[in-house]
Design a binder for this molecule. Structure first.
Ligand code: PLP
Length: 431
């Protein structure tokens, strides 16, 4: 099975007209040995169908948003019904009020909300807002955490416990990246050190309250509480980037599960039901700084567009149904158990981090709690595993740093089929 002749042809054509052949670098197969990515034709429920007619069980979930599975009837119906009435007004609608209220009810720290078009925009604006509110310039982020592609956050860790930022992309002036301080995740002493040095210049600290971008890495006990306390002591604001985590593990933010509230929150992915969206919000006195109320400008032609809002409402409504997150957690537990037991059986060294219906398999013998430990995962082993799974019709993200995301569309049968593929893959990876 699994001839992908059409994908290969399309990739050759794409390379000519689309830079790198893909519209987002994480869709390329560069990190897993290169070659043509799979060109998809359609998707339904937990399945992808490619241009050559192969079927895959999908654990990508479009990098997170598709938590209900593809083409969910409630979301599709909402989009169809909305489209008939016009898809873009540039004027406010009742649905925006309804959706903002739903989000605030689920994440009460978001006292006021503004819709934007992507997670990148949402985070970028919260950064500007912390600067507008505090009158300071620097921000602090944790190494390896991805917060979108705006200039300020494309900064990785340098060496040492904390460092002034080195740009992770060409085209970012050092003057901008020098405003970013990076410290390791789950490392309170490093945070304290950075705050001791730059605390009076730091406007905001960006936190993935549970990391999704070097795999699934939960915060250490008391980490979030201590971040809040230390940053507030230094006069800065805490921003939670919940672009991945909101509504992924719980009806609301992960902040509500952990019982720790930030000053500002950025959302995206799931809240658009698969259509482009972002949102930011937080304390009313901070949000008062946003135009037209205050001096911080932010705007968007497409922001709050009826299609994204309707799809989001439909998606969140589905997620509010009883048992949703229990189902995702149970399936996650079954996957975890099966993967671990196959790894043991075949002597493949893995570490597995799971939270609810999301997990990451690291090919390492080290516990993963920050970016450095995540980097110990063997790229070659992962690449081999990825390809073996793909050949058996299991679609994982093409990066050792991404999560497997379960959806409410996955069935027991899908899990069983997946575990069989895992077992065969590991049997071929035995050392
Ligand atoms: N923040 C986090 C935690 C993300 O994972 C991502 C995207 O993967 C973003 C922000 C950027 O979101 P978008 O791709 O919608 O711009």
């Amino acid at each position: 099975m699994n001839k992908r002749i059409t994908s290969t042809t399309l990739y050759e054509q794409a390379l000519d007209v689309i830079v790198g052949g893909v519209n987002s670098p994480s869709r390329s197969f560069k990190a897993v040995g290169g070659g043509a990515p799979v060109f998809m034709k359609k998707a339904e429920g937990a399945y992808f169908y490619d241009e050559d007619g192969n079927r895959y069980i999908d654990y990508l979930a479009a990098f997170g948003p598709v938590i209900l599975g593809h083409a969910h009837p409630a979301v599709t119906q909402a989009i169809q019904e909305t489209a008939i009435d016009g898809i873009l007004y540039g004027a406010p609608t009742s649905k925006e009020v309804e959706f903002a209220t739903m989000l605030r009810d689920a994440i009460p720290s978001m006292e006021q909300i503004r819709f934007v078009n992507s997670g990148t925009e949402a985070v970028m604006t919260t950064i500007r807002l912390t600067r507008a509110y505090t009158g300071r310039n620097k921000i602090l982020k944790f190494a390896g955490c991805y917060h979108g592609h705006s200039d300020l956050v494309l900064v990785a860790a340098g060496s040492g416990p904390s460092t002034l930022g080195i740009p992770d992309s060409a085209g970012i002036p050092t003057s901008i990246s020098q405003e970013v301080i990076t410290v390791p995740y789950n490392d309170i002493p490093a945070l304290k050190g950075a705050l001791a040095k730059w605390g009076d210049q730091i406007a905001g600290v960006l936190v993935e309250p549970l990391v999704g971008n070097f795999g699934i890495v939960p915060p250490a006990p008391q980490f979030l509480e201590q971040v809040n306390e230390l940053v507030h002591q230094a006069g800065g604001l805490v921003i939670y980037d919940e672009v991945i985590t909101a509504f992924r593990f719980h009806y609301g933010g992960i902040q509500n599960l952990y019982g720790v509230e930030p000053d500002l929150t950025a959302l995206g992915k799931i809240i658009g039901g698969g259509l482009p969206i972002g949102a930011y919000g937080g304390r009313r006195d901070i949000m008062d700084k946003v135009a037209p109320m205050g001096p911080m400008y932010q705007a968007g032609t497409m922001a709050g567009n009826p299609l994204s809002i309707s799809a989001g409402i439909a998606c969140i409504r589905e997620l509010s149904k009883e048992g949703t997150y229990q189902q995702l957690d149970e399936m996650g537990a079954r996957l975890e158990e099966g993967i671990r037991s196959s790894a043991d059986k075949h002597g493949v060294q893995i570490m597995l981090n799971r939270f609810g219906g999301a997990l990451t398999v690291y090919f390492t013998d080290q516990e993963v709690f920050d970016y450095d430990t995540a980097q110990t995962s063997d790229s070659e082993q992962f690449g081999k595993f990825f390809r073996l799974m793909l050949e058996q019709g299991i679609y994982l993200a093409a990066s050792k740093y991404e999560a497997w995301f379960l959806t409410t569309a996955h069935t027991d049968q899908d899990i069983a089929e997946t575990l069989k593929a895992v077992d065969i893959s590991f049997s071929k990876m035995e050392s």
